[in-house]
Design a protein around this ligand. Structure first.
Ligand SMILES: [Zn+2]
Length: 367
């Protein structure tokens, strides 16, 4: 198991393991949020932590990871496990079932329930997952404490959580949410043709220098864009929601048989590959929270990583006003890091000049 990375992480472990209040712990992707409930399980081996995960692919990944750390883990399959595990992993959907509710009640009555953890709670603010997570919060019919782990905590999200759990004063611990090695850039070109040509050239140039452990991710807004780019980029694989071979392609990318992933935002949650050294968002992104998630896939190993949004006004206009957050990000002449974090977190970092790699706008300011 990892050592503590920050003081905030240690405080989160303490509050989770020994505190009675609800806890919201926010820390950037790849900063060891899982350690919180893993340590809780180790410190209380006879109690059960219920871990609610919002996405099925995350569930299996998490179970394997916990097993590797010798934690007694069970997968909720619709009926109560034979023996109480240290961690019970359950999908958001399953938390609404009568069988699960009755198991939770038994655990609680026998004083065997440590906590219920809602992982990746920032998904609450993205529309597709909201109904599921709201439903998951209804499991708090009894006064057991909840822990929320989230990559970002915009004020909107913390308000929403506090309302849903009827607790105006949960413990909120903020870890560092920004990674200073990310170099944010925007290429705002004149035509869609230029946008495509620029992307193909950038990827071709980057590919020449790519070491075997390094990867590239290109996020696309539409499946049509993804298919078109994949046609021109050798050594790439595709991933989108209803692609039959998406899991196979994710494996090809992870193992390095294909070093370039072309995908929609569906790819990424729980992807922990550390050496993604170029992230291109092609055309735009749904909103800044999505964009923060996309950019957060880059440079988890600390290596300086270009996070590029390539676009053109005519492309953006296809979406009407739906991408106004992204349009503002594209058009700002201020620090992009600050602009992005302001929308995704209540704590705004200093501009790039003070804390890390320069975004394109800060480069201009710095001369
Ligand atoms: Zn900047």
């Amino acid at each position: 198991m990892e050592n503590f990375k920050t003081l905030e992480q240690l405080q989160a472990v303490y509050n989770h393991s020994f505190g009675k209040n609800d806890l919201i712990y926010t820390a950037g992707t790849g900063s060891g949020k899982s350690l919180v409930f893993m340590m809780g399980a180790v410190l209380h081996p006879t109690k059960t932590t219920v871990l609610v995960v919002p996405l099925i692919p995350l569930k299996q990944q998490m179970i394997e990871r916990l097993k590797a750390d010798n934690i007694l883990v069970s997968d909720w399959t619709g009926t109560a496990p034979n023996a109480n595990p240290q961690i019970l992993v359950v999908s958001v959907e399953a938390t609404g079932t009568v069988a699960f509710d009755s198991y939770l009640a038994t655990l609680y009555q026998k004083e065997k329930l440590l906590r219920v953890v809602i992982d990746e709670a920032h998904l609450l603010v993205t529309s597709e997952f909201r109904p599921f997570i709201k439903k998951a919060l209804q499991i708090r019919k009894r006064p057991f404490p909840l822990t929320f782990l989230t990559a970002t905590l915009p004020p909107k999200l913390s308000d929403e959580i506090q309302t849903e759990i009827h607790n105006p004063n949960p413990v909120i611990i903020r870890g560092p949410s920004d990674r200073t090695n990310l170099r944010y850039q925007v290429k705002n070109l004149s035509t869609v043709k230029e946008m495509k040509e620029w992307t193909l050239k950038k990827v071709a140039d980057s590919k020449l220098l790519l070491k075997s452990h390094e990867r590239i991710i290109i996020y696309v807004m539409t499946i049509a864009d993804g298919t078109e780019l994949a046609r021109h980029i050798q050594g790439s694989v595709l991933y989108y929601h209803d692609l039959a071979e998406k899991e196979k392609n994710a494996d090809l990318w992870t193992t390095g048989e294909a070093q370039i992933m072309i995908c929609t935002n569906a790819f990424g949650c729980g992807i922990n590959y550390p050496h993604v050294h170029l992230v291109i968002s092609y055309g735009g992104s749904n909103n800044l929270l999505y964009y923060a998630q996309e950019s957060g896939r880059g440079g988890r190993d600390g290596v300086v990583t270009d996070i590029i949004l390539v676009t053109t006004p005519s492309y953006l206009s296809r979406f009407g006003n739906a991408l106004s957050e992204i349009t503002d990000y594209i058009n700002t002449n201020q620090c992009r890091r600050q602009h992005l974090i302001r929308h995704t977190d209540a704590v705004i970092p200093g501009p790039c000049l003070l804390i890390g790699e320069l975004c394109d706008n800060c480069s201009i300011i710095a001369g």
